[in-house]
Ligand binder design. Structure first.
Ligand code: PEP
Ligand code: MG
Length: 898
């Protein structure tokens, strides 16, 4: 088995297809080498060796790879014409990690390896630059000391031991910058650094270059299991078995004088996707100087430089003289770089992010990778490459990360402003977008200021109006499917839920985070895409939907075989979703229609009624309002199907729990406060999620089902007169037994028949059920004898299959995720292994009874790409999701079909 793969000098043992074995960086270095890009020669030790190292330990691993490495180093020496460890003509090496996916900054790197007291002199005379040689040496000891010898700050508050020595010398010499050190200073630093290593580790700093090399290789392997890397892996769900490769390469220097430099460049604009070559560079500098931000980097192209100068308000003369582009300053180098970026982009058929170094008039490409980009750039680049003929339609669609489309749809923070943001806490990114506003703690106070952030321990349906008025919603409790999260996503409103670090005191109207107190009226900002809670105001801007966005959507519809509907409760939401391409409504939660101020009163009267007659009277009042709601929604959806779900939540959610509101209600209804209180107490449930809700309401109070059915059918008939063919699909929630469904179906059909007779006209409609109780999934074949469609309510199905309360899971889910007991939040990503079995089985059983059974999903998972793929695989007819997730689901559905 080969454990070491060489590259350089236009040949390589590996290729870009070997990312798993060579890591992303190693595979691309091999590939570049083969296609004639000048990369500094080197070799890659495979990720498998990392795994061997973890199993077998250092000694055995060294023996396994020793010969291959010695021969690979010889190979580098041959290409570079210098010798590792030689005092007159030294070769220096870099040692870098490189996993199969990029894990920026998570693992360690050692540069300038191979230096010691003698070699440094050889380097000085070879380059004729003593300062450069000693500066390289002190950087090497610093990096090697930190990475390999553990010379890190002793505690969190300590500074780096080497930095401390440098600071000390700067004070003594009364200078401020590293660049002000003299050669003698650098020599003193090297001496002091080595002394510090001896004192702290009890050992001399290794002088043998080979010992240094082995130390660095092992350190990179060790860094795979370092805290940072482990955390990053966990966050992204990468398994430990992957391991990291190690890339050892000849050092090239951008800091050898005015004819040297280093930079980073992109084949296209990573923010906008515009097809312009761009990047930054510094003359006489090493890579880390560009990133560190000590010196202002200059632009690579003349155009970029001019654009930059315009923003920085620099006159053209001044710009050309003091901040020239590489294109102007080193035209030959620029031309060569331009040629390589073109070759690389065409080769990889994607936007590349490259690093380069110019050493004394010779250009080297150090790295290339597919560049990270914004959602907007992702869309534009994919469509541009398609138009260019570089990729075909399917490939273009697969280039879209559906989740990233979200960025395009919600207001966003101004990228410049967000850089300065002070993040005070983090919660769950429940609903994306950016919101800035003044803190209020009560829904009714959302009218007090123009922009508010409704800040609650948790929200309840009573807060709906306030949530609608607020710019953003922040809760200390609750998960991704908590009330706040579900409602906010539906509204397309920014929401962060479950931010456990927040201490909210309703009585004193304060929010305390980390000892700091915030009051009503204080400004905060929420980034619903990251879960970051930010102190103060942050400027936002509206995203622009480009023409390319529409092109992606068109392509998605061409390839998707599964439809995408939306969860919408109002004509406005329905319209938004249609604009995003929804092909129907998969869930209209009718209870959301009852929360408006004038309706809740009638609703409360209905609930407080002691007799069927009293209840019917109150329902009579609600009927015209519901009918108007449905007319609005049917009209917005025109001829598309609309699934209307009958009342679902427990009645106690509709009655007031605050004394003042109870008093008001008693007065309104001309009954005693005690009677109101009595009813509220009577409705109290220990476990409302498993209580008197769903079809249990309709089965105990059939008059509610009657009223809702009547409203739906009448609305459809009224629209028929206007020439609109409404297609209602009436859905019974929370069914667990066949009989529960049949009893409701009977009420629905009888009521519809009555209305048809009254109107002397009919419409087509379906009656179906949600599958959201495990028993219903088990009994699916029986239920499908009667039900005309199934819609999986995976929020409840997840709740009841796991036995995790949707409203209380916020207390333990974060800990489960952190400990790895759960890999992902099952309320967010459908648990295909467990809950998915029920969904698959119920679909199969349902269709065994009724082959044409229409099947969809309307839980929150309907807009999550991996869950959408699952729904496609098991043959669902549609997924339904909140309006702002419709484009995401459309692309995910297309990708699943490709
Ligand atoms: C569900 O349970 O998945 C569902 C869509 O219904 P709700 O979230 O309203 O309970
Ligand atoms: Mg449900």
């Amino acid at each position: 088995r080969t454990r070491v793969y060489r590259f350089g000098n236009k040949t390589a043992d590996g290729s870009s297809k070997m990312k798993n074995l060579l890591g992303g960086k190693g595979a691309n270095l091999a590939e570049m080498s083969v296609i004639g890009i000048p990369v500094p020669p080197g070799f890659t030790i495979t990720t498998e060796v990392c795994t061997e190292y973890n199993e077998l330990g250092k000694e055995t691993t060294v023996n396994l790879i020793k010969e291959e490495i010695e021969s690979a180093v010889e190979n580098i020496e041959g290409t570079m014409g210098s010798v590792f460890g030689d005092q007159d003509n030294p070769l220096l090496l870099s040692v870098r990690s490189g996993a199969r996916v990029s894990m920026p900054g998570m693992m360690d790197t050692v540069l300038n390896l191979g230096l010691n007291d003698k070699v440094v002199q050889g380097l000085a005379s070879k380059t004729g630059n003593e300062r450069f040689a000693w500066d390289s040496y002190r950087r090497f000891i610093q990096m090697y000391g930190g990475v390999v010898l553990g010379m890190k700050p002793e505690s969190k508050d300590d500074i780096d031991p080497f930095e401390e020595i440098m600071e000390h010398l700067k004070r003594k010499r009364e200078i401020e910058l590293d660049t002000q050190f003299t050669v003698q200073d650098l020599k003193d630093l090297v001496y002091d650094f080595k002394d510090a290593v001896k004192k702290r580790t009890g050992k001399n700093f290794p002088t043998d270059p080979w010992e240094q090399l082995w130390g660095a290789i092992m350190a990179v392997f060790n860094s795979w299991n370092g805290d940072r890397a482990v955390y990053y892996r966990k966050m992204n769900g990468y398994p430990a078995e992957w391991g990291t490769a190690v890339n050892v390469q000849a050092m090239v220097y951008g800091n050898m004088g005015e004819n040297s430099g280093t930079g980073v460049c992109f084949t296209r604009d990573a923010a906008t996707g515009e097809n312009v070559f761009n990047g930054e560079y510094l003359i006489n500098a090493q890579g880390e100087d560009v990133v560190a931000g000590v010196r202002t980097p200059q632009q690579i192209t003349k155009l970029g430089s001019q654009r930059w100068a315009e923003l920085a308000k620099i006159e053209e003369n001044d710009r050309a003289a003091n901040y020239p582009s590489l294109e102007e300053l080193m035209p030959t180098m620029y031309k060569e770089l331009y040629k390589y970026q073109d070759i690389l982009e065409k080769h990889y058929r994607d936007m590349q992010d490259m690093e380069f170094t110019i050493q004394d008039g010779k250009l080297w490409i150090l790295q290339t990778r597919n560049g990270k980009r914004t959602g907007a750039a992702m869309v534009k680049i994919a469509m541009d490459l398609l138009k260019d003929g570089q990729i075909e339609e399917r490939e273009a669609l697969l280039r879209i990360d559906p989740n990233k489309l979200d960025e395009l749809l919600h207001p966003v923070f101004d990228p410049k402003a967000i850089k300065r943001a002070n993040i005070i806490a983090q919660g769950l990114p429940a609903s994306p977008g950016a919101a800035t506003g003044q803190i209020v703690f009560f829904a009714e106070n959302t009218k007090k200021y123009k922009n508010t952030i409704l800040t609650r321990i948790e929200t309840s349906p009573e807060d709906l109006e306030g949530m609608n008025l607020a710019k953003g919603i922040l809760t200390a409790r609750g998960g991704m499917t908590s009330h706040a999260a579900v409602v906010a996503r539906g509204m397309g409103k920014c929401c962060i839920s479950g931010a456990g670090a927040l201490k909210i005191d309703y009585k004193n109207r304060t929010l305390t985070v980390d000892g700091k107190e915030y009051h009503e009226g204080d400004w905060i900002s929420l980034n619903g895409s990251t879960g970051n809670i930010i102190e103060g105001k942050v400027a936002t801007c509206q995203p622009e939907l480009s023409g390319e966005f529409a092109e992606v959507m068109k392509l998605a519809d061409k390839y998707a075989t599964m439809q995408v509907r939306t969860n919408a409760d109002t004509p406005k939401d329905a319209q938004v979703a249609r604009n995003f391409g929804a092909q129907g409504i998969g869930l209209a939660r009718t209870e959301h229609m009852f929360f408006e101020v004038d309706r809740i009163k009638a609703m409360r009267e209905m609930i407080l009624a002691d007799t069927v007659k009293g209840r019917k009277n109150a329902l009579e009042e609600l009927l015209p309002m519901q009918r108007a709601d449905f007319e609005g929604i049917f009209e917005a959806m025109q001829d598309l199907p609309v699934t209307v779900r009958l009342l679902d939540p427990p009645l106690h959610e509709f009655v007031p729990h605050q004394l003042a509101t109870q008093k008001e209600l008693a007065e309104d209804m001309h009954i005693s406060l005690a009677a109101v209180k009595g009813k509220v107490a009577e409705l109290h449930e220990f476990n409302p999620m498993l209580g008197h809700r769903g079809c249990r309401l309709g089965n105990t109070y059939p008059e509610i089902t009657e009223m809702q059915t009547r409203a739906i059918i009448e609305a459809a008939l009224n629209l028929k007169e206007k020439g609109i063919t409404a297609k209602p699909e009436i859905m019974v929630p929370l069914v667990g037994t066949y009989e529960e469904f049949v009893a409701q179906e009977k009420v629905i059909r009888e009521t519809a028949q009555k209305v048809f007779e009254e109107y002397d006209d009919t419409i087509e409609f379906l009656v179906g059920t949600m599958i959201e109780i495990p028993r219903a999934a088990l009994m699916a074949n029986k239920i499908a004898e009667k039900a005309e469609f199934f819609s999986f309510g995976t929020n409840d199905l997840t709740q009841m299959t796991f036995g995790y309360s949707r409203d209380d899971a916020g207390k333990f889910l974060p800990i489960y995720l952190e400990k790895g007991i759960l890999k992902v939040d099952p309320f967010e990503v459908l648990d295909q292994e467990g809950v998915g079995q029920l969904v698959k089985m119920a679909t199969e059983r349902g269709r065994s009874a009724k082959p044409q059974l229409k099947v969809g999903i309307c839980g929150e998972h309907g807009g999550e790409p991996s869950s959408v793929e699952f729904c496609h695989t098991i043959g669902m007819n549609y997924v339904s999701c909140s309006p702002f997730r419709v484009p995401i689901a459309r692309v995910a559905a297309a990708q699943a079909a490709i």
